[in-house]
Design a protein around this ligand. Structure first.
Ligand code: SAH
Ligand code: F3S
Length: 481
């Protein structure tokens, strides 16, 4: 697995505001997508009410929870290694209990309890509200498991505790699950069917973040453009909704418009979009509001129509290109990023060339690129032989990564000489004299601190760049303050 820019920090332990009356200690860490990090905030919030404060120290923990990812084999191997580490710690802290959350819990179910003796508790992504009951069983010395997937659960009524927060940016989840059934992907099996969260509870969460001075919200889901609230229930059951429910339904464009209009001094992002669900009305909402970031993460996976069909993606190469043209016409300064998979079964050299030429066509700002990893139980695993040699997958991956680096540099160079609006998030990794933040297009910018502080929207003149970072100097506050 390779990528051009850093994903959210992997396996980071989380810090939580503490309740003095809580006596038990929870160590919780997350792997994988932003949704897992967001779910861990929900879990920590539930356990906060059960007598647990968090600790950064594995050796002190009464309970260790690991929120896991199944997307590629390597992600699962990383978690298995962590379990070995917990095992070692258990010899000096024998009372410690270990629970597995998230996608691996859902995929492996009771097998986890059999295969990994260290594990006492297995909880799938829709069962976190059952944690108090499950923990009661564990405390009595029994293993406990709940991996039931839900039609309704969105955790809309749980106010997540912001863990490891910079106090400026936050994630708000708006949908759960995925109905797309891409043939390579394990997510529909581990996270269940798609459902949307009540817009009122989303707006309440944003109001709370606004009152705490947060400045940027990322609306989160496996497929946010497919968001549809019609009173609850699965997306696939929308057809069965009453006329009244349909008349008052809220879609993604409306939700985004509502959030951006209500909070003009907060900035909004969203992730992830699926090309088949990206409709014009969303593009117009992005174009209309200064505070909706001009950035779309638009995974395509391959530039070959034949491979897209094998992947069960619902569009051709040409339809994707037409969507890109439309985005460029409606939102001229929009950044676009990709996810790509190399070495999907049957991928030929020509298919790979099609991917490279599509990348050139789009001129992606950046991307997340992966070698195909066969996932047990998926339709690709059942029907197609994993027939591309590892070395070929790796070579093709290296080629698309190298091309993306070049494209990213084109994109960052285009900002040199311009003034961009940056929301300051934190100190730069490289220098304690510089702030780091992102512009609307999601490109990182660093500049001398002067009198500015995290949470300020600042106009920055860009003087130079690398393929991933803009370097410049602040010239004043922007009107977003
Ligand atoms: N819609 C989702 C996509 C989740 S998976 C979202 O919220 O981001 C993220 C990316 O992992 C996918 O876009 C795909 O590029 C990659 N991926 C998924 N399954 C994979 C597999 N079996 N092998 C390699 N990469 C995979
Ligand atoms: Fe996976 Fe495709 Fe959904 S990549 S998360 S099945 S959109």
């Amino acid at each position: 697995m390779e990528k051009i820019i850093e994903e959210s920090k992997q396996g980071e332990s989380l810090v939580l505001e503490q309740k003095p009356e809580n006596t038990k200690k929870l160590f919780i860490e997350s792997y994988g997508c932003q949704m897992n990090f967001s779910d861990s905030e929900i879990v920590a919030s539930i356990l906060h009410g059960q007598g647990y404060n968090t600790t950064q120290n594995l050796e002190d923990a009464d309970l260790v929870l690991v929120n896991t990812c199944s997307i590629r084999d390597k992600a699962e191997q990383t978690v298995r290694k962590r379990l070995e580490k917990y095992n070692a710690v258990k010899s000096i802290n024998p009372g410690m209990k270990v629970g597995v959350l998230g996608c691996m819990a859902e995929r492996l179910k009771a097998k986890f309890l059999e295969e990994e003796k260290i594990v006492d508790l297995v909880v799938g992504p829709d069962a976190y509200k059952d944690l108090p009951n499950l923990l009661a069983e564990v405390e009595e010395g029994r293993d406990a498991i709940n991996v039931i997937l839900s039609k309704e659960e969105t955790y809309g009524d749980i106010s997540p505790v912001r863990l490891n927060s910079n106090g400026v940016t936050a994630f708000v989840s708006i949908t759960r699950g995925c109905d797309n059934m891409c043939t390579f992907c394990v997510v529909p099996f581990t996270r269940g069917r798609e459902r949307s969260r009540d817009p009122q509870s989303i707006m309440d969460e944003i109001a709370d973040l606004h009152s705490k001075n947060f400045k940027e919200i990322t609306l989160l889901g496996q497929n946010v453009d497919s968001y549809l609230w019609y009173g609850g229930g699965l997306k696939k059951d929308y057809e069965k909704a009453t006329d009244m429910q349909k008349a008052t339904a809220v879609d993604f464009a409306q939700l985004l418009d509502m959030a951006a209009t209500t909070y003009p001094k907060m900035r909004f992002r969203f992730s992830t979009s699926n090309p088949q669900d990206m409709h014009d009305d969303v593009l117009y909402v992005i174009a209309k509001h200064h505070n909706v970031c001009k950035y779309i993460h638009l995974p395509v996976q391959s530039g070959s129509t034949r491979i897209l069909k094998e992947m069960n993606r619902q569009h051709t190469r040409e339809e994707y290109m037409a969507l890109i043209d439309k985005i460029r016409a409606i939102i001229p300064n929009c950044a676009i990023s990709q996810d790509m998979i190399t070495g999907f079964p049957t991928e030929t050299e020509q298919d790979h060339q099609d991917t490279l030429s599509l990348m050139q066509y789009v001129n992606y700002d950046y991307g997340f690129m992966f070698a195909y990893s066969e996932r047990p139980g998926t339709s690709a695993a059942r029907k197609l032989e994993d027939d591309i040699p590892e070395a070929t997958k790796k070579r093709r991956l290296a080629e698309i990564v190298a091309l993306q680096r070049q494209l990213s540099l084109n994109c960052t160079e285009a900002f040199v000489g311009q003034v961009v609006e940056v929301l300051i998030e934190k100190e730069s990794h490289r220098s304690d004299q510089h702030w780091s933040g992102r512009n609307s297009q999601n490109t990182v910018a660093v500049f001398p601190k002067e009198h500015y502080k995290p949470g300020d929207f600042v106009l920055v003149r860009i003087d130079s760049c690398t393929s991933a970072t803009l370097i410049g100097e602040a010239i004043g506050f922007s009107e977003m303050n």
